[in-house]
Ligand binder design. Structure first.
Ligand code: 4AD
Ligand code: MG
Length: 463
C-alpha cells in the first residue's frame, strides 16, 4: 500500500475528502462495540491522531477488535469529512492489515504518567503526546537555526569531537584514550605517557567548538557550529547534562554589540518559526505544561531584550532586598537564583548581562579598558536562566598571552590559536546557545532530561 502521512491529511483535508487513502501507524486508542469500532491511529508524522472507523464487514473484524494499544497497522479507506464531530474527518476502513501486535502490558496506556517514570522508558516515551510534541519541536528548532544562519550567509563548520585542547580552560573534560588504563605506559616521573596513545597526546571530548570556529571565522568571516559537546561537571541539576548540543556562531570584524544583535535576532527567528510551524504542539504545551507559555513567547518576539552590566546587575540584586542563598557581592559568579531573579522579577524579559569580572570568565574573552572586566555577554531568560554565553574575543596577541599565563594554561596546547592573532587577526566575537536550554524555553519543560532523547546526566546512562 502506498501510504500518505496523516499530517498531509490534516493540512490538505479538502483535496483528500471523499477519496480513498492509505495510512500506516500505531493504535493510540481503540473502542469496540458489537458490530463496529473506532481506532485513534498515530503515524508519527503529526501530533494529532486520525480516527479510523471499522465495521464487521471487514473479514478480519474479530482480530482487529482484539488489538491492544500500540499495535501497528495499515489502513485503507475513504476519507470522510465530519464537521459536527471533534475531529475534522475520519477514515472509513475498507481494509486493515495488522502489521505488528502489541501486548496488554504496553506501559503507555491512556492515563497520564509522570515525567520521572517516562524517563525510565526512554525507548517508548517518544510515543507519548508530550514527547511526541517535544521532539518534533526539537527537530523544527534545529532546522530553524540552520535556516537562520544560512539565510545570513554563515558557513556551517563541523568542529572536532575529539580534541587536544580545553576550549573553556575549565578542566571539565571527559578523557578519550586508547591506552589500557589498568596498566598504562608511564614516563620516568610516573605520569601516564599519552605519547603512546593513538593520538600521541592526551585527548578529550570537546567542551565547545569555539576555538576551531574562530579559525574558520578568520577565513570565512561568519560561521557557525552545531554539534554535541560534553562536560564532566558533577552538577546534578535540572539544567545540566554531561552531553548537550550547542550552537556556536563566530563573527569576524564584529564586536560585542554585533554579537548581541545577532543573538537577539536568532532567538526571535527561532521562536517565530516554531510558533508558525508547530501550532498544535505549542498549543499543547500551553495547555498542559505552562499556560503562560504562548503569551510569554509572543512578548519576547515583540519586545527588545534588556541589557545590563554585571556591575549594575550586582547593584540591582543587592537593592532588591531579597535574601539569596549565595550572598551577592561584586566578583562572584551569578548563580541560577540570581540569574532567574534578574530576568523573572526585575526585567521580566530576556536580558543580556555584559562585562563580567575577568577572573570568573574564560581566558579568551577580550579585556576591557578598565583592566578588571571582560567583554562577555550572558543571555538570561525567564524560566531557564542562562541560555547563551558569549563574548568578544581577545585579538591582541600580547594581552592573550598574559591572560593565558594568569590562567595557568599551557601555551603549547594553544599554539595555533595564538597564531590566529599573528596573521591578520581582527576583532571578532561569538556565543554558544545551549540547544537543550532553548528547547526548555520553547516548550516550558522544566528538566533538561526531558528535552533530549537519551539524557546523559550524573548517574544515568541506561540507554
Ligand atoms: O557559557 P558556556 O560554557 O560558553 C561556551 O562554551 C563558549 N565557548 C560559547 C562560545 O562563546 N562559543 O556554554 C554556552 C551555553 C550556556 O549558556 C548553556 O546554555 C549551555 O551552553 N550549557 C549547557 N547546557 C546543558 N548542560 C550543560 N552542562 C551546559 N553547559 C553549558
Ligand atoms: Mg556560561
Amino acid at each position: 500500500m502506498k501510504t500518505v502521512y496523516v499530517k498531509s491529511l490534516y493540512r490538505d483535508t479538502d483535496s483528500y475528502a471523499g477519496k480513498t487513502v492509505s495510512v500506516a501507524g500505531w493504535i493510540r486508542n481503540i473502542r469496540v462495540s458489537k458490530s463496529f469500532g473506532f481506532i485513534e491511529l498515530n503515524d508519527g508524522s503529526f501530533f494529532k491522531n486520525v480516527q479510523i472507523v471499522f465495521g464487521e464487514e471487514l473479514e478480519n473484524f474479530k482480530d482487529i477488535a482484539k488489538l491492544n494499544i500500540s499495535s501497528s497497522l495499515y489502513v485503507e479507506g475513504q476519507l470522510v469529512l465530519t464537521p459536527e464531530a471533534k475531529q475534522p474527518f475520519e477514515i472509513k476502513a475498507e481494509k486493515i492489515v495488522i502489521e505488528g501486535l502489541s501486548s496488554p502490558e504496553y506501559p503507555l496506556q491512556k492515563k497520564r504518567h509522570s515525567m520521572e517514570y517516562l524517563r525510565t522508558i526512554a525507548h517508548l516515551r517518544p510515543r507519548s503526546n508530550t514527547f511526541s510534541a517535544v521532539f518534533r519541536v526539537r527537530s523544527l528548532a534545529a532546522y530553524a537555526i540552520h535556516k537562520f544562519f544560512n539565510e545570513r550567509g554563515f558557513v556551517y563548520v563541523h568542529t572536532p569531537i575529539i580534541t587536544g585542547s580545553d576550549a573553556e580552560g575549565a578542566g571539565q573534560m571527559f578523557r578519550v584514550t586508547t591506552l589500557d588504563m589498568e596498566n598504562p605506559p608511564r614516563t620516568e616521573d610516573g605520569k601516564v605517557d599519552y605519547r603512546e596513545d593513538f593520538f600521541g597526546k592526551s585527548t578529550n571530548l570537546t567542551v565547545s567548538g569555539q576555538l576551531e570556529a574562530e579559525v574558520y571565522a578568520l577565513a570565512f568571516r561568519n560561521v557557525y557550529t552545531f554539534g554535541p559537546t560534553f562536560r564532566a561537571e558533577n552538577s546534578n541539576t535540572p539544567r545540566h547534562a554531561a552531553e548537550f548540543w550547542m550552537i556556536e556562531p563566530e563573527i569576524a570584524f564584529a564586536d560585542l554589540e554585533d554579537n548581541m544583535k545577532l543573538a537577539e535576532d536568532m532567538m526571535k527567528y527561532v521562536i517565530n518559526y516554531v510558533l508558525e510551524n508547530a501550532p498544535e504542539e505549542m498549543a499543547f504545551f500551553n495547555q498542559f505544561i505552562d499556560n503562560t507559555l504562548l503569551d510569554r513567547l509572543q512578548n519576547i518576539v515583540d519586545s527588545e531584550f534588556g541589557r545590563v552590566t554585571y556591575t549594575e546587575a550586582i547593584e540591582l540584586l543587592k537593592k532588591s532586598g531579597k535574601e539569596f542563598e549565595y550572598p551577592v557581592e561584586w566578583g562572584m559568579d551569578l548563580q541560577t537564583e540570581h540569574e532567574r531573579y534578574l530576568t523573572e522579577e526585575i526585567f521580566k524579559k530576556p536580558v543580556f548581562v555584559i562585562n563580567y569580572p575577568k577572573e570568573i570568565k574564560a581566558f579568551y574573552m577580550r579585556l576591557n579598558d578598565d583592566n578588571k572586566t571582560v567583554a562577555a555577554m550572558d543571555l538570561l531568560v525567564p524560566g531557564v536562566g542562562e541560555i547563551i554565553g558569549g563574548s568578544q574575543r581577545e585579538e591582541r596577541y600580547d594581552v592573550l598571552e598574559k591572560k593565558m599565563e594568569e590562567f595557568g594554561l599551557d601555551k603549547e596546547d594553544y599554539w595555533w590559536y595564538m597564531e590566529l592573532r599573528k596573521y591578520g587577526g581582527t576583532k571578532h566575537a561569538g556565543y554558544g546557545l545551549g540547544f537543550e536550554r532553548l528547547i526548555m524555553y520553547l516548550t516550558g519543560i522544566s528538566n533538561i532530561r526531558d528535552v533530549i532523547p537519551f539524557p546523559r546526566t550524573v548517574g544515568t546512562a541506561e540507554f
